[in-house]
Design a protein around this ligand. Structure first.
Ligand code: NAP
Length: 291
């Protein structure tokens, strides 16, 4: 980075990962976190002119069209935000000769593999969201500049729309709750993603970084949505709060517009090997998030 106070541009100001990034990175430089009014990812010229005006030392694209089911009925919007905009970020980052950090998803895979996915496995998204995110990865890779594409999974935090907050509410409202038990993955706290991102930036700043490219970055361990719900219920019980009875169901009993991969597990060992960055176990991260 140039100068004592690097400028870090973060898109999607109010998103789960973005909010945690703003906390984790504030001592690393001047943060320019922009919401969709300031930086609308459907407006390519706005993206270009904003980046040229700020001239950041690092761009982090934490904004995305993340409504997986809604994306099925608005593919053009999903592709504009998740595919075209990342390509523009990559072009502008390359023009400034600065790195771009971008987030992608386990939903680029079809979930048919029996073991965790590595970065060498062939993507095969099941829906529009996954296809648009894969196209975003390809657009960034095609530009060929300095970039980290960090595929994560099952993001939750204490803000926004996510499984943790939905479960906390429903578990206290309902006597019984049916939760899908045949999709396996790693619930990942947005704070974990932000903390790991900070470590990656520090390693790059200190000349200790690994190769640029695509990496998997999730919490360690694995569970189902049902197992995640059980862990959330356990925390409610510790607090003496009312808690629904949980019933495991297969995905076929909970039909949604977008099909989800049954196996969402991502092997994160490449990130550890290349950048010496590891994540906590998902159960520990859940406790940290709820503190
Ligand atoms: N959520 C998950 O479970 C999950 C799983 C795997 C990977 N990821 C990836 O992780 C990254 C961060 O996800 P997240 O969970 O933090 O997402 P999030 O909480 O849904 O936040 C997404 C942000 O993007 C913003 N946004 C949407 N459309 C926009 C537009 N046209 N212009 C500018 N901003 C726009 C939203 O703005 P508003 O606040 O105005 O709506 C929101 O702040 C994304 O790349 C996502 O694909 C997420």
């Amino acid at each position: 980075m140039t100068g004592p106070q690097p400028r870090i541009l973060i898109s999607g100001q109010h998103g789960q990962v973005s909010r945690e990034l703003q906390l984790s990175l504030r001592s690393l430089g001047t943060i320019h976190a922009l919401d969709r009014n300031a930086l609308d990812l459907t407006q390519p010229e706005q993206i270009r002119s904003y980046i040229r005006a700020i001239a950041p030392d690092l761009i982090i694209n934490a904004a995305a069209h993340t409504a997986v089911d809604q994306a099925e009925s608005e593919p053009d919007l999903a592709f504009a935000i998740n595919a075209q905009a990342p390509g523009i970020f990559a072009e502008e980052a390359a023009r400034l000769n600065i790195p771009l950090i971008h987030y992608s998803t386990d939903y680029v895979f079809d979930g048919n593999k029996a073991t965790p996915y590595t970065e060498d496995d062939a993507p095969n998204p099941l829906g529009v969201y996954g296809r648009s995110k894969l196209a975003g990865e390809q657009a960034i890779t095609a530009v060929g500049g300095q970039h980290l594409i960090l595929r994560t999974s099952w993001i939750y935090s204490r803000h926004g729309r996510n499984f943790l907050l939905t479960m906390q509410r429903l578990l206290q409202e309902k006597p019984q709750l049916r939760v899908v038990a045949d999709q396996i993955g790693a619930p990942t706290w947005a704070g974990t993603v932000a903390h790991s991102t900070r470590l990656l930036i520090e390693r790059w700043q200190n000349g200790l970084g690994g190769e640029w490219g695509i990496y998997h970055l999730t919490a360690q361990g694995e569970t189902s949505w049902f197992g995640f719900a059980q862990a959330i219920a356990d925390q409610l019980k510790v607090l003496g709060l009312p808690c629904a009875e949980l019933l495991p169901i297969p995905s076929r009993d909970y039909p949604t517009p977008a099909q989800r991969p049954l196996n969402s597990r991502l092997d994160c060992s490449r990130l550890q090997r290349q950048w010496q960055v590891t994540q906590p176990h998902w159960q520990q991260a859940l406790i940290d998030c709820l503190k």
